[in-house]
Design a protein around this ligand. Structure first.
Ligand SMILES: C[S@@+](CC[C@H](N)C(=O)[O-])C[C@H]1O[C@@H](n2cnc3c(N)ncnc32)[C@H](O)[C@@H]1O
Length: 302
């Protein structure tokens, strides 16, 4: 069963008790939309059971009157798929060149960029409800929730090429002599590193706020690089801070980018993109006739 845990401290009869609340963690719609997105490919198996269970528990999907649906026919599935696909504003490329996963997806910058260069997203995770709504409105996919939970991680398929993550960073409790993998336990970076270790993607693309460079006098970044280079055995060129406004985007947004390549690929050199000679301001990108239902607003956390 999918569960969400919450630990509460309660006083009963003058004594303090630690109460562990266990609630079901709903991932049915996430599984269903991932199932549709992955239908026809080998990754569909990761979502199938949960998606079919969700459809059966929600008969309105099939416009049936029956209370208990024991099986779903191929025809019904095709009907659902057809309706699903026709309503996606920003759909995946028809013949993708690579597969990626989208962690800490937000609303989502990575997905648009990766889709635009021929990538297909096969898993996404984001726990903020408003961001999830925005993501669904644009990509037709509900991201899975809390990525620190095994109940979420178990849906991540094997065989994707790139892991993308714009994770919120935290200080590592002991960034001591070596500051390796185990020292990052309990942080969101640990979860990213653990997924890299398990799934061995060809490349990792991490984005973060510029503040990561100087956080904890540089120790946080040093530990992240150490884990990627020495514990996970990836080739990691020195990270670079890039400003979106130098790349044709009307926003002064400085972000650090960390890229990592699996060593067996033999990549030993990487050049970050050079600023392009094109200044863009907001009125250049403002839509003439914006469609109000297409986007939801979402307050970014960084
Ligand atoms: C810096 S934002 C990423 C923005 C994203 N790259 C974009 O383009 O919109 C980090 C995101 O991580 C999400 N997040 C934080 N902790 C999470 C967790 N444990 N599981 C899933 N998402 C989480 C936050 O809700 C937030 O949207």
């Amino acid at each position: 069963m999918k569960v969400k845990e919450q630990i509460l401290i309660e006083e009963v009869g003058g004594k303090t008790f630690q109460v562990r609340m266990v609630e079901p963690m709903e991932c049915g719609r996430a599984a269903l939309t991932h199932y549709f997105h992955n239908y026809g490919s080998d990754t569909v198996e990761y979502y199938e059971d949960e998606a079919i269970r969700y459809i059966k528990n929600n008969p309105e999907y099939l416009a049936f009157n029956e209370e208990n649906i024991s099986s779903i026919t191929e025809e019904q599935l095709q009907y659902l798929l057809f309706n699903f696909k026709k309503n996606i504003p920003l759909s995946s490329p028809e013949n993708p060149h690579f597969k990626f996963i989208d962690l800490f997806a937000g609303i989502d910058g990575f997905r648009i960029a990766m889709q635009n260069i021929g990538g297909k997203c096969i898993f996404s995770s984001e726990w903020d409800k408003q961001a999830q709504k925005t993501y669904e409105a644009n990509f037709g996919e509900v991201p899975f929730g809390d990525i620190t939970k095994e109940e979420t991680k178990k849906f991540i398929p094997d065989g994707f090429d790139i892991l993308c993550a714009g994770f919120p960073y935290q200080a590592f409790s002991i960034a001591g002599k070596r500051g390796g993998f185990e020292y990052t336990r309990g942080t969101l970076f640990f979860d990213v590193a653990e997924i890299v270790k398990r799934k061995q993607p060809k490349a990792v693309l991490l984005e973060n706020v510029k503040g990561l460079v100087s956080h904890d006098r540089g120790k946080t970044l040093k530990t992240i690089l150490n884990v990627l280079r020495n514990d996970l055995n990836y080739f990691v060129p020195d990270p670079k801070v890039l400003n979106a406004r130098n790349f044709g985007v009307p926003q002064n947004r400085e972000r650090i980018f960390i890229v990592a390549f699996r060593k067996d690929l033999g990549i030993s050199n990487f050049n970050y993109p050079e600023p392009i000679d094109k200044k863009v301001v907001f009125k250049d990108v403002k839509e003439k006739n914006p469609v109000s239902v297409k986007y939801y607003t979402y307050q970014m956390c960084t």
